[in-house]
Design a protein. Structure first.
Length: 451
């Protein structure tokens, strides 16, 4: 395997390994905090928001309205990708990541104080929607920077997929933490969880943000970006340039995520309203089950990231998409038994096919873009999937079940997502062994060299 040509801009020897560890830890902890905030909203949406902010609607309509507000966060994610992708390629990965963490944390903290319909009428839902939008903007800019922070400190191609998978580890870690805190607050507040207990996890997010900021302020900028600055290869309008030079990579990156993102939010968000309403499973039972599923992902995500270094990024991803397309039917088959044991098994296993894609996904998408446009391109490709996959998924699942009254209809939806992802992944370049510090596109716009 070739060694990355980071020359004088990268520390060598033990110092390089130390900086890599710090970068991976900072990226992973920061991403965990951001996803804690984002998933916390997902969990509480399925449990209480329909009752508190849309009480005049029937249960199904209220659920759809609550998930519509929830979907706003996904619509905002490409906006965040565009804003912070621009600054990530202009002023650096580190500074941009600090900004996304602050935005996300403050928006989540504010949710704890949003008045309900009983107090202010529809304005409660309006405020909730605005805060959800800000959450989406924050998380939209987070992913690209955290992945690049890890990937661009990796000196050899042999471990890049493994290193880049650790920020992905923040997803199950954030999911686990969010479910754990909600479970604890549920136990402590009991029946009062519906009135004030649900607010505590949102208020606690401000503590996590302070921890994340402390860690991120102590890391260095990546050697790849430092080299771009030194060589005056910074683009003045990176988002415009990446749309001009890499439109195919952006589109196929988004489509490749369908099989990963849509089922994930069916398995971790919609399941709360479905299982508590139709299957009569308790809230705490589901919280524990999803926590166990996320715990399994602690191991499976880095394992599949490591496997992508050996088997190839695209090949590993295709295997995951195929398994996901088939698993949807098995998942709803287990749920339809009504057995608590089988429901528990279905929830625990649900994230493993997802992780087959999510482990190698960070490197697969980021490697597709040249360094000076990488934050913009990778962020936009990744977050556009939120509009077509993550955001609509719970709404589509709820609508399909309301119409067909069977989970297998949702299984077919998952299979269709998998089919699209397989085709899109075959169109993505596989740069598993490529030097990610070297320019893939040597042409620089006339307004470049601003650094």
């Amino acid at each position: 395997m070739s060694t990355l040509a980071l020359d004088r801009h990268a520390p060598a020897g033990p110092d390089a390994a130390q900086h890599l560890r710090r970068a991976v830890i900072a990226a992973t902890i920061g991403t965990t905090i951001e996803w804690y905030d984002f998933f916390l909203y997902s969990i509480v949406t399925g449990l209480v928001f329909a009752k508190l902010y849309f009480p005049q609607s029937d249960p199904l309509t209220g659920t759809l309205q609550a998930f519509a507000v929830y979907a706003v966060g996904f619509l905002a994610r490409p906006v965040g990708a565009a804003i912070f992708g621009h600054y990530g390629d202009r002023i650096g990965r580190k500074s941009t990541l600090i900004a996304t963490l602050i935005l996300m944390g403050l928006a989540t903290f504010a949710v704890a104080f949003v008045p309900t319909y009983e107090s202010v009428g529809i304005w409660g839902a309006v405020i909730l929607t605005l805060l959800r939008f800000l959450q989406g903007v924050g998380v939209g800019g987070e992913w690209g920077g955290s992945v690049l922070l890890s990937m661009e400190w990796t000196r050899t191609n042999a471990h890049r997929g493994f290193a880049a998978s650790w920020p992905q580890f923040g997803v199950p870690a954030g999911l686990f933490l969010a479910n754990l805190v909600v479970l604890i607050c549920s136990e402590l507040s009991g029946p009062a969880f519906q009135t004030w207990g649900w607010r505590i996890p949102f208020a606690l997010s401000i503590v996590l943000v302070a921890i994340g900021l402390y860690i991120r302020l102590k890391i260095l900028e990546t050697p790849v970006f430092s080299r771009l600055v030194a060589e005056k290869r910074i683009e003045r309008a990176p988002m415009l340039q990446v749309l001009k030079r890499h439109p195919k990579e952006i589109v196929v990156s988004a489509l490749a995520r369908l099989a990963e993102q849509a089922p994930f939010y069916v398995f971790t968000a919609w399941i709360f309203s479905y299982a508590t309403g139709e299957l009569k499973v308790t809230r705490d039972f589901l919280l524990v089950a999803v926590m166990c599923a996320s715990f399994v992902s602690f191991f499976s995500i880095p394992i599949f990231g490591h496997m992508s270094d050996r088997l190839g990024r695209r090949r590993m991803y295709l295997v995951g998409a195929i398994v996901t397309g088939l698993f949807g039917f098995a998942y709803f088959g287990m749920l339809s038994t009504g057995s608590a044991a089988w429901i528990f098994v279905a929830v625990i296993l649900s994230l493993v096919p997802h992780d087959m894609m999510y482990g190698p996904q960070a490197a697969l998408i980021a490697e597709a873009f040249t360094p000076r446009l990488r934050y913009s391109g990778a962020s936009l490709g990744y977050q556009l999937a939120s509009v077509i996959a993550g955001g609509p998924a719970p709404l589509i699942a709820a609508a399909l079940f309301a119409h067909y009254h069977t989970g297998y209809a949702i299984g077919w939806y998952i299979a269709a997502c998998a089919a699209v992802s397989i085709i899109a992944t075959l169109m993505l370049p596989d740069h598993t062994n490529r030097d990610v510090s070297a320019e893939y596109d040597e042409a620089i716009s006339s307004r470049s060299r601003a650094a």
